[in-house]
Design a protein around this ligand. Structure first.
Ligand SMILES: Cc1cc2nc3c(=O)[nH]c(=O)nc-3n(C[C@H](O)[C@H](O)[C@H](O)COP(=O)(O)OP(=O)(O)OC[C@H]3O[C@@H](n4cnc5c(N)ncnc54)[C@H](O)[C@@H]3O)c2cc1C
Length: 527
C-alpha cells in the first residue's frame, strides 16, 4: 500500500465536498478529493428543483426563509445553524454564479425564482428548468480543476485512522489496491443513505458510508431516524426511481387517487403528502397515486429534462397521468457536527447530507440541501484553513450539545461494534453482499418507511442485527454492505426510541408530537 502526505482529504465529490475542497485549495492547502465512483456520480448532479436563497428581497426576507426552515424542521432545528444557512446562503450562491453557474433568468435578465412546497415566497434558483444539479456539479468540477484540487476517482474512503491527537490518516480502497494518505484532516462529504431502502431516488453510492466511517472512528451521530420520503417518485420499474420535482406541483400539477379525485393539498409538506399517498393506497389497494401534469402549459419547454425522461419511458406528459409513490430521498440526521463542521473527533469533519449541523431538524425544507453544502462547505474550509482542529482540544461532545445548546439531547445506549458482539451472534463469514443489501432494504422499507409500526421496526432490527459480520471488507461492495447494515441499525434504534411522530418520522402507535421528545437522539458505538 502506497503512502502519501497531504493537508486535507475530502471524501466525496458532490456540492459539499467540492465546495469545501475548492476553498481550501485556494487557501494554498494540498487537497485530495477521493470519490467512490466517477466524480459526477453524486446526488448533487441529480438535483432538480434548485437552490433556495433570498437573492431578491422584494416580497421575501432572510427572516421568512429562516421561519420556513424552522417550521419544516418541526421544533428540532438548531436556530443558530438555520440563521447561518439563510444569512450566508445568498453570498455563497453569488460566488457560485461568479464561478460560472448559469441559473435560469427572466426575459429582463433577473434570476428566475420558483416557489416550492413549504416556502412562503418564490426563492428557488434553478437551471435548465429542473436540471439544476447538473449545472451546480459542472460548475464545481470546473472550479475544482482550476483551483488545483486532485480528484481520485473510484477510491472509497472507508477507514479513518485516529491516534491520541485525533485524525492521522485515511485508507482509500481502490479497485484491487489500497492507498494510504497521511493527513491531519479528513472531511466526510459522502452524501445520503437512500440505498438503505428498496425504493429510493438516490444514486447507488448513497450507502451512508460517511456515517458508518464516523461511527467506527468513535464519533457521534444524531437524528438519523428522520428520513425524508419524496412523495412523487415515478412508480416505474427503475432503480433508483426518477424523481418528479416538487416544482411541478409548485406550477400547478395535481395529485389524484385511483378514482381520479384530488385527496391532499399538493403543496403541503413532503411528509404530509407522502403519508396521504400511502393512506390513499391503503384504502383502495392501489400501489401509487397519479400526478396530473396535463394541466400545465409548456411542460416540454419549462421542464425539458423531465420531458425527455418521461418520453424515454413511454409516458407523454401532455396526455398521461404519471404514476407516483414515495421513495427514500434525504437523510436529515447524520454525523453530529458543530457550526464549522467539526465532529466529536479532532481533525474529523463532516459536511453536506452526511452531516447533521442541525439545519434540517426533523424534516428538510425543499431546496435547502444544495445550499447547506455551499454554506457549510465554506465554513469547514475556513475553519481548517484558519488552523482549526476541532470544536475543542478534547473534541468533547458536551461542547457541541452542552448546557448552552438550545435543544435537549438524549443519548441512546452505545451501539455494539460487530467485533465485540458475543461469538455466535454475529456472522464471521460474509455471504453475497448484494443479497444482504437486498435483505436490509426490504426490512427497512417495511420497518422504517413512511409509516412506522413498532413490530415491523423490531423485526427489521432483528434482520439487520443478524447481518453484522466481524471480518474486514474485501471490496467496495462489501464495505457498502457493512455501511448499510450499521446505518440501518442506527436508524431503527432511533426510530424505536423516538416514541412520537414528528417531521419525517411517523409512528402509528404514537401518532402525535410528544413535547418530551423535543430533543436530539445521539448515538455512538461503544467500546
Ligand atoms: C433526485 C434528487 C433530486 C434532488 N433535488 C434537490 C434540489 O432540487 N435541491 C436541493 O437542495 N436538494 C436536492 N436533492 C438533495 C441534494 O441533491 C443532496 O442532499 C445534496 O446534493 C447532497 O450533497 P452532498 O455533497 O452532501 O452529497 P452527494 O452530492 O451525494 O455527493 C456524495 C459523494 O460522495 C461519494 N461517496 C460516497 N461514499 C463514499 C466513500 N466511501 N468514499 C468516497 N466517496 C464516497 C459519492 O460517490 C458522491 O461523489 C435531491 C436529491 C436527489 C437524489
Amino acid at each position: 500500500m502506497s503512502t502519501r502526505e497531504v493537508d486535507v482529504v475530502v471524501i466525496g465529490s458532490g456540492v459539499a465536498g467540492l465546495s469545501t475542497a475548492i476553498r481550501m485549495a485556494r487557501q494554498g492547502l494540498a487537497v485530495v478529493v477521493a470519490t467512490k465512483g466517477e466524480r459526477g456520480a453524486t446526488a448533487t448532479a441529480w438535483a432538480q428543483g434548485g437552490v433556495a436563497a433570498v437573492v431578491d428581497a422584494s416580497g421575501d426576507s432572510i427572516g421568512l426563509h429562516a421561519a420556513d426552515t424552522l417550521k419544516a424542521g418541526a421544533g428540532l432545528c438548531d436556530e443558530v445553524a438555520v440563521s447561518i444557512l439563510v444569512e450566508e446562503g445568498p453570498r455563497r450562491v453569488a460566488e457560485l454564479i461568479e464561478l460560472g453557474a448559469d441559473f435560469d433568468r427572466e426575459a429582463d435578465g433577473a434570476l428566475a425564482l420558483a416557489r416550492e412546497g413549504g416556502h412562503s415566497a418564490a426563492r428557488v434558483l434553478h437551471a435548465g428548468g429542473a436540471a439544476t444539479g447538473v449545472e451546480v456539479q459542472r460548475t464545481l468540477e470546473a472550479g475544482a480543476e482550476a483551483a488545483g484540487v486532485r480528484i481520485l476517482e473510484r477510491h472509497a474512503g472507508l477507514t479513518v485512522e485516529i491516534g491520541e491527537r485525533g485524525v492521522e490518516g485515511v485508507v482509500l480502497q481502490g479497485q484491487g489496491s489500497q492507498v494510504h494518505l497521511s493527513t491531519e484532516h479528513v472531511v466526510l462529504a459522502t452524501g445520503g443513505a437512500g440505498q438503505l431502502y428498496s425504493v429510493t431516488t438516490n444514486p447507488t453510492g448513497a450507502t451512508g458510508d460517511g456515517i458508518a466511517v464516523a461511527l467506527r472512528a468513535g464519533a457521534a451521530i444524531a437524528d438519523v431516524e428522520f428520513v425524508q420520503f419524496h412523495p412523487t417518485a415515478l412508480d416505474v420499474d427503475l432503480a433508483p426511481r426518477p424523481l418528479l420535482s416538487e416544482a411541478l406541483r409548485g406550477h400547478g400539477a395535481l395529485l389524484r387517487d385511483a378514482a381520479g379525485e384530488r385527496f391532499v393539498d399538493e403543496l403541503a409538506p413532503r411528509d404530509v403528502v407522502a403519508r396521504a399517498i400511502v393512506e390513499a393506497g391503503a384504502k383502495t389497494g392501489a400501489r401509487h397515486a397519479w400526478l396530473d401534469v396535463t394541466v400545465l402549459d409548456d411542460f416540454a419547454k419549462r421542464f425539458p429534462s423531465l420531458d425527455q425522461t418521461l418520453k424515454g419511458i413511454g409516458l407523454d406528459p401532455a396526455t398521461d397521468w404519471l404514476p407516483v409513490a414515495p421513495a427514500a430521498h434525504h437523510l436529515a440526521g447524520g454525523v453530529l457536527v458543530d457550526l464549522n463542521g467539526a465532529t466529536t473527533i479532532d481533525g474529523l469533519w463532516a459536511v453536506g447530507e452526511t452531516a447533521d449541523a442541525g439545519v434540517h431538524g426533523a424534516n428538510r425544507l425543499a431546496s435547502n440541501s444544495l445550499l447547506e453544502g455551499l454554506v457549510f462547505g465554506a465554513r469547514v474550509a475556513e475553519a481548517i484553513g484558519g488552523g482549526g482542529r476541532g470544536p475543542l482540544p478534547t473534541g468533547a461532545l458536551g461542547a457541541l450539545l452542552g448546557d448552552g445548546g438550545q435543544i435537549g439531547v438524549r443519548r441512546l445506549p452505545p451501539m455494539l461494534p460487530a467485533s465485540t458482539v458475543p461469538r455466535g451472534t454475529v456472522r464471521e463469514d460474509r455471504g453475497m453482499p448484494g443479497d444482504d443489501i437486498a435483505a436490509v432494504q426490504q426490512a427497512m422499507t417495511a420497518g422504517a418507511g413512511v409509516v412506522r409500526q413498532p413490530d415491523e421496526m423490531a423485526r427489521a432490527l432483528d434482520v439487520v442485527g443478524a447481518l453484522k459480520v466481524s471480518g474486514p471488507p474485501r471490496s467496495i461492495l462489501d464495505a457498502e454492505r457493512d455501511s448499510i447494515v450499521l446505518v440501518a441499525e442506527a436508524v431503527l434504534r432511533g426510530a424505536l426510541a423516538r416514541a412520537e411522530s414528528r417531521g419525517g418520522h411517523f409512528r402509528v402507535d404514537f401518532p402525535r408530537t410528544e413535547p418530551s421528545f423535543e430533543c436530539r437522539l445521539v448515538q455512538q458505538v461503544g467500546s
